[in-house]
Design a protein around this ligand. Structure first.
Ligand code: FAD
Length: 453
């Protein structure tokens, strides 16, 4: 018997009221298809996925075949490339950021779901870069196979010897030699580089160190993963998980020679590209994290209602504090979802640049909420919560990294604080004026001030 959906209502009926009018009927239909595909096909296949992972060297030279079966099913259902927003790209499935955001929440509940519908990071951001900034030849060579799901990709910006949250520090050198560029340096946290299907790296390096504008010294180039001189030195772990076969590579570049035609958008345009890349991607991560938080809450409910587990003679749901965890989790997830959907709608109404504050709010808030919810679920499971017998521990490790990846929280908070603080002088003037006006009114009414509330 197929598992019934744990939610009483379909996903399209659970869209927050604020967003409902902005979601088309086609998107609602697709959203319900995505939810069913994730709940009925992908989540059960997660078990197979982890069992099919190779051991030893095969861990990085093979990938679980169940993914290909799911991709074939997803394509048949028309669930493919939903992430490319309709107002900017003709290549995608024609949904808005808001509509895809709702779908991404469903995808966040399963390890394989995003890849199964060709909406997995970092390919999504990389496809957006090539679609937005690539020329026709670059699109033909790389975007076509990526959109088709026949290859995968990685984005190489972060370096081991510098503080990479400030991309002006990037050191990998790109030196012009005739009609080629020679790349030397080292990158790490290159997510996806471990996958045998990863064929193309988007590499950010310093191409123009003498440019007086520090934001015009970097370029992004499309570098085939098998170019001579590129070496994956090792794969990094995340709280002990290797995330195979995707993984996070530490890669060196030694005299790597790439032609002029590999340059994206133009020399010195790297900053522009990374800034354009990160907006919608942050919404995707945030909505997948909301999905993970919902899944953690489902797990918490399953445990606290398990009749076999009765500490001190009562089921967990009868212990007062536990229902408070459930209530807090519901409250926080629902509030966080609205923050993300608001950011998605703001991007849809203009572009990511016009929604910087809303994107930063979502980027900072959602992982914190998801981590709190997952942590409560772990606690409800006792020792079982920290081991491999539930998805909770792995989910916590994944989402914890979002407070660092794509720019640490502090960078976003500092920017938000700086912008908010710009109101400082105006606020002083307003409060000053209100005080003076109060004094004037006191006189007018012939009373003296009893308090300064
Ligand atoms: C799982 C995972 C996947 C990743 N995938 C990729 C990838 O695919 N491609 C890629 O290029 N990179 C990737 N990264 C790297 C990630 O983007 C960087 O780690 C991040 O930008 C921070 O850079 P850093 O590690 O050099 O830390 P640093 O820049 O050295 O920062 C260290 C700490 O300093 C503090 N800090 C920094 N700036 C400020 C500030 N302005 N105010 C106050 N405190 C501050 C923060 O607490 C920060 O965490 C990934 C990272 C992880 C963990």
């Amino acid at each position: 018997m197929a598992a019934s959906n744990s939610q009483a209502k379909a996903a399209s009926e659970r869209i927050p009221i604020l967003a409902q009018a902005h979601v088309s009927d086609r998107a609602k239909k697709t959203l319900d298809l995505v939810e069913n595909f994730v709940e009925q096909e992908c989540i059960p296949s997660d078990l197979v996925y982890f069992s099919q992972l190779g051991e030893g060297p095969a861990r990085w030279s093979t990938y679980p075949s169940v993914v290909d079966d799911l991709k074939a099913k997803a394509k048949k259902l028309g669930l493919w490339n939903m992430f490319l927003p309709k107002n900017h790209f003709k290549e995608g499935a024609g949904f808005s950021n808001l509509e895809y955001g709702l779908m991404a929440e469903c995808l966040g509940k399963s390890r394989v779901a995003s890849e199964a519908v060709n909406c997995a990071a970092p390919d999504t951001g990389n496809m957006e870069v090539i679609a937005k900034y690539g020329n026709e030849a670059q699109k033909k060579e790389w975007l076509g196979p990526l959109l088709d799901g026949s290859i995968r990709s990685a984005f190489l910006m972060t370096e081991p010897d510098i503080a990479s949250s400030d991309a002006t520090n990037i050191q990998l050198t790109m030196k012009k030699q005739g009609d080629h560029w020679i790349l030397n340096g080292s990158k790490w946290w290159s997510s996806g580089a471990g996958d045998p299907r990863c064929k193309i790296y988007l590499v950010m390096g310093k191409s123009s160190p003498s440019n007086s504008n520090v934001y015009r010294q970097q370029s992004v180039m499309l570098v085939p993963a098998n170019t001579p001189g590129i070496k994956i030195e090792r794969m990094l772990s995340v709280y002990g998980y290797d995330d195979a076969p995707h993984g996070h590579g530490h890669i060196t570049f030694t005299n790597v020679r790439v032609p002029d035609s590999a340059m994206v958008l133009g020399e010195g345009r790297g900053f522009e590209i990374i800034q354009g890349r990160l907006g919608p991607g942050r919404i995707h991560h945030a909505m997948r994290s909301i999905g993970a938080a919902e899944k953690a809450l489902d797990f918490m409910l399953s445990r606290i209602n398990d009749p076999k587990k009765k500490p001190f003679g009562k089921q967990l749901n009868e212990h007062g504090v536990i229902l408070e965890w459930v209530a807090k989790s519901r409250l926080e997830i629902d509030a966080a979802r609205l923050i993300v959907l608001n950011a998605a709608m703001k991007i849809d109404a203009g572009d990511a640049k016009g929604a910087l504050l809303e994107i930063a709010e979502a980027k900072v808030m959602v992982p914190r909420v998801a981590l709190d919810v997952i942590d409560r679920a772990v606690q409800a499971f006792g020792a079982m919560g920290v081991c491999q017998d539930t998805p909770l521990a792995n989910m916590w490790a994944n989402i914890r990294t979002l407070r660092i990846a794509d720019g640490p929280d502090e960078v976003h908070l500092q920017q938000m604080g700086r912008n908010e603080n710009k109101r400082g002088k105006a606020v002083i003037a307003k409060i000053q004026w209100q005080k003076q006006e109060g004094e004037r009114l006191l006189k007018q009414y012939g009373v003296s001030a009893k308090s300064r509330l």
